[in-house]
Design a protein around this ligand. Structure first.
Ligand SMILES: CC(C)(COP(=O)(O)OP(=O)(O)OC[C@H]1O[C@@H](n2cnc3c(N)ncnc32)[C@H](O)[C@@H]1OP(=O)(O)O)[C@@H](O)C(=O)NCCC(=O)NCCS
Length: 142
């Protein structure tokens, strides 16, 4: 078994979206609510993306947008949760965003989810309610 975290590219869009549609929390309102073009844009100049491959299959990914300092996605296939993949993806994303000159990031997540506990446990600080009613977290990566 090999587990690798590497930079994402536009070629990974389909596999990342497959993970995105398999999660059981923070689910998309509709499979087409985001487009493959969004992944392609944000794994290019406009953002940073990382994927985790398990025996060559993408089982998790994280993406952030440089202009807004927003973590746009952090998703792990439910069959691969609780193995440290979320933490490894987050660490790799922080390094990539630091290289792009950012000192802090923000994100929103649904309340009462595993993700909310994950973020609190890894140093994110809740700042306010997002307009959607989700929790908004910020974190220094400096
Ligand atoms: C949230 C998510 C990314 C976490 O990924 P994961 O691979 O299961 O997380 P990890 O195994 O790396 O866990 C990392 C740490 O968080 C801790 N943790 C996870 N959930 C926790 C919780 N609810 N409360 C406290 N700690 C928690 C783990 O104990 C672990 O701590 P350790 O590194 O000290 O052992 C994953 O569960 C997921 O994709 N959820 C569904 C989609 C989602 O909600 N994504 C976020 C969108 S904003």
């Amino acid at each position: 078994m090999t587990v690798v975290v590497r930079n994402a590219s536009a070629k990974d869009a389909v596999a990342m979206h497959a993970v995105r549609t398999r999660v059981k929390e923070n689910v998309l309102s509709h499979p087409d609510a985001i487009a493959l073009a969004d992944y392609e844009r944000l794994t290019g100049q406009e953002g940073e993306g990382v994927v985790c491959e398990h025996d060559g299959v993408i089982v998790g990914f994280a993406i952030a947008e440089v202009a807004t300092a927003n973590v746009w996605a952090l998703f792990v296939d439910p069959a691969h949760e609780r193995k440290g993949i979320g933490r490894a993806l987050q660490d790799a994303l922080f390094k990539a965003m630091k290289r792009r000159g950012l000192a802090s990031l923000w994100l929103t997540t649904e309340r009462g989810t595993r993700a909310e506990g994950f973020y609190r446990a890894s140093g994110w600080v809740e700042c306010e309610n997002a307009s959607s009613g989700d929790a908004r977290f910020e974190r220094s990566i400096g």
